[in-house]
Design a protein around this ligand. Sequence first.
Ligand SMILES: Nc1ncnc2c1ncn2[C@@H]1O[C@H](COP(=O)(O)OP(=O)(O)O)[C@@H](O)[C@H]1O
Ligand SMILES: O=c1ccn([C@@H]2O[C@H](COP(=O)(O)OP(=O)(O)O)[C@@H](O)[C@H]2O)c(=O)[nH]1
Ligand SMILES: [Mg+2]
Length: 242
Amino acid sequence: MWRRVASLSSFLSSYSTSFVAQTASRLNTWESLTTRIAQQANGFIAPKEKTPFITFVLGGPGSGKGTQCIKIVETFGFTHLSAGDLLRREIDSNSADGAMILNKIKEGKIVPSQLTVKLIQKGMESSDNDKFLIDGFPRTEENRVSFEQIIGIEPNVVLFFDCPEEEMVKRLLNRNQGRVDDNLETIKTRLKVFEALSLPVINYYSQRGKLYTIRARGTEDEIFEQVRPIFTAFEACHRAVE
Ligand SMILES: Nc1ncnc2c1ncn2[C@@H]1O[C@H](COP(=O)(O)OP(=O)(O)O)[C@@H](O)[C@H]1O
Ligand SMILES: O=c1ccn([C@@H]2O[C@H](COP(=O)(O)OP(=O)(O)O)[C@@H](O)[C@H]2O)c(=O)[nH]1
Ligand SMILES: [Mg+2]
């Protein structure tokens, strides 16, 4: 469905007086947003009939990734694959790796890449959808490379929820989902891991022109209004070729 688009730039520029344009101006100017998206869609060459459209959803712990993914799913029909949820499911199913995964999560450390990528791969293969939100992954450069090697596709879009540390800590301590890692000691490690290992991944995608940074403070709805124009523009690209 999300196939290569032949001539998007002209379509997108004629779209610039729409409601979407007004909304998009809060994030970027509409022109620069649509130009970027057209370039990315044009660079997306489908090697087989159904190549998935992949969005990586990144940000520190408590930045609101999961919360915003729910809204993206409701509005744009993506399938949500949270790497953390997939790993927690492995623990709950008493799999051979369960104890190791639990330890890593308790310590705020990163689970070996191959394992996480295989779980994501299974999630993608068991879905009929061709639009995926991969939430909380890749968290390290090694994660990123492993995904590219095993899945063989690069993300089309990378969202980065940029949130001040004190706000993330406050949210995590109030998350109230009974998670073993929502305690101050683990949170401190997770913030260090984020800075040391995850920020390089974010910088990598910024350099590749795939990064959309969202200011992740404010109400959930306010934050979603920064996210919405990105996917609206991609949908517009998609409709243009149907
Ligand atoms: N904009 C927001 N303002 C206040 N609290 C939020 C906001 N977005 C999410 N939360 C809350 O913060 C906590 C962490 O959000 P979550 O989506 O789980 O973040 P992440 O997946 O990035 O760790 C949750 O309890 C969630 O309800
Ligand atoms: O690709 C991943 C995703 C998660 N985790 C582990 O799972 C924890 C919780 O991740 P999740 O994405 O659920 O946390 P969030 O950022 O949403 O709070 C992380 O701290 C890691 O220990 C991991 O090792 N690799
Ligand atoms: Mg989450």
